[in-house]
Design a protein around this ligand. Sequence first.
Ligand code: ZN
Length: 134
Amino acid sequence: MSSNVPETLRKYVVTDLPKYVEVGGHHKPAPFWIMPDMFPGVKLRVAGAEASKMVGSPHAVPHTHEGPEIYLAPSEEKGALVIEVQMDDEKFLVEAPFAVFIPPGIKHCFRVVTCQKPHYVLGIMLADWQQPKP
Ligand code: ZN
């Protein structure tokens, strides 16, 4: 398909996605939809995979990072997707739609328990996040 994005705006439109990136703890390169500096000044990192292809097999071993991560499942169909989240020694089930905040330094991963039809689970990493003042 040819693009009709105006020349001056092309830097704001990225379509050669996803970018596959090796990530610590993950079994294979993870598909990224937004990368740091893809857009001017944006330090956000968004990975995401289609969950119906991940049922039962964890995408990563429990791992930590310096910044926080948000697991996001934007779904209008309640319960169509269920994941088991591990945070440190706790494991719990979460039903889509969900957003789960993983604080920095918490060991985490998830496993897809049920996914009846294609749904995305996004991992949003906030590189320039700052601890709120108490
Ligand atoms: Zn992670």
